[in-house]
Design a protein around this ligand. Structure first.
Ligand SMILES: C[S@@+](CC[C@H](N)C(=O)[O-])C[C@H]1O[C@@H](n2cnc3c(N)ncnc32)[C@H](O)[C@@H]1O
Length: 395
């Protein structure tokens, strides 16, 4: 936000200007900023209103209809939890009987609002005054102000007395640089665990790339994907931790969970009529063996996460392909086949093979009207090229 305060935007004049900016952006995107200036003498407010309208549009995928009432900064929006993931976390905390919860490092409030929508009372703490002002304005805009108490301060100093649970989402960025080491988060992960010792149920968001070796033994580590992309990971401790590892796969409004130990090896066996690509959350959670049990499948190589089965088993936890042909991996022979078959649209996937799809595509020179999916991988002895087709699940 420029020098304009949230309170100015949240005034009748400010809100009317944001509404006009939203309309102008829809009607004449190229001229919207210039046109908006005709609607006010306060040019700084016009710029802030246009920024807000732009951010609200950008926020729609994360926040749905609520985006049209909320206030954002670009940073706040980028770091905010997706509403659907926050809502599912809130479902879990509410089901565990949590009533009062601290949201440490609350940002613009996505998690706090999901919790409050469940009727939980939330103490939302952030050390950045401007961000906390947004949380306050957003709580009011969403009609949740009675349930969300905002407190300016450091998470590590927060008074958690009376809380049934704490949730923390520390900063994992330094400017535009992502931070991977949890001890470099702000505040560091170990500090957050120590802060909340007196609260038994604790959840901390972490980067999806977290190293399994540093996950506390008593924690459940959960990876969440939305629409096929792994969007976050969280560590759960205390009574709310269930299994050692969990994958949560969200597709539309459907939530599918897979739990396990995270240290099992899937059975190694032959290729089959179907190849499955596990969802990224399953792979990150080291739950490929648990998925293999579920769909009666095996791997062709102990460290490669493609699963093979003889029958189709439809699950949101994996994408199935029907295997059409298995060949030794040989670029020259593949190029010849692709030319003979007139394959112009070629999807290349790979796991466990030392190939770069873009480079391979150039070498294979696809040309023609036909379409194919080529998986390059290996079993325990050789590199393989597997032609397959995605299984249509719509029928
Ligand atoms: C990843 S964002 C939180 C996003 C939030 N969960 C949401 O969905 O909107 C991290 C937040 O931590 C805050 N922060 C960083 N260090 C902090 C500290 N020591 N104490 C409290 N807040 C802190 C930042 O101001 C930032 O708003």
């Amino acid at each position: 936000m420029n020098d304009v305060k949230v309170s100015q935007l949240n005034s009748p004049e400010g809100l009317a200007l944001v509404a006009t900016a939203t309309r102008l952006l829809a009607e004449q995107p190229e001229r919207a900023a210039v046109a908006l200036r005709q609607h006010t003498d306060d040019q700084a407010l016009a710029v802030a209103a246009m920024t807000q309208a732009t951010l609200r549009a950008a926020a729609y995928p994360k926040f749905g209809a609520d985006a049209a009432r909320m206030f954002f900064t670009r940073d706040g929006l980028e770091q905010a939890s997706r509403a659907i993931v926050a809502q599912r976390r809130a479902d879990r905390l509410a089901a565990a009987g949590v009533d009062r919860v601290a949201d440490l490092c609350c940002g613009i409030g996505s998690d706090a609002f999901a919790l409050a929508k469940h009727g939980l009372s939330v103490v939302a703490v952030d050390s950045d005054p401007a961000t906390l002002e947004l949380t306050r304005a957003n709580a009011q805009a969403l009609g949740l102000a009675d349930l969300v108490e905002t407190r300016l301060g450091r998470a590590e100093d927060a008074d958690l007395s009376g809380m049934d649970a704490m949730f923390a989402d520390p900063s994992r960025r330094d400017g535009s640089r992502r931070i991977f080491d949890p001890e470099q988060y702000s505040p560091p992960l170990s500090t957050l665990w120590n802060t909340s010792r007196n609260v038994s149920q604790r959840v901390c968001k972490v980067g999806p790339g977290i190293d399994h070796s540093i996950i506390p033994e008593d924690a459940e580590a959960e990876w969440v994907s939305v629409g096929g992309d792994v969007v976050e990971a969280a560590l759960w401790r205390g009574g709310i931790a269930t299994a050692a590892r969990q994958a949560t796969v969200i597709t539309g409004n459907r939530v599918t969970e897979l739990a396990g130990t995270g240290d099992r090896q899937a059975e190694v066996g032959k290729l089959g009529d179907y190849l499955y690509e596990p969802d990224g959350a399953v792979i990150r959670a080291h739950l490929v063996a648990e998925l293999a049990d579920l769909i009666n499948a095996r791997v062709a190589h102990p460290r490669i996460a493609y699963l093979y089965a003889d029958a189709l088993h439809v699950t949101p936890l994996a994408t199935p392909y029907r295997v059409q042909e298995v060949l030794p991996f040989n670029v020259k022979k593949l190029r010849q086949l692709i030319a003979e078959r007139g394959i112009g649209r070629l999807t290349i996937k790979k796991r466990g093979a030392d190939v770069t799809p873009d480079k391979l595509r150039k070498e294979l020179r696809p040309k023609g009207d036909n379409e194919a999916t080529l998986v390059v991988t290996r079993d325990e002895g050789r590199h393989l090229a597997i032609f397959c087709e995605p299984v249509s699940l719509s029928g």
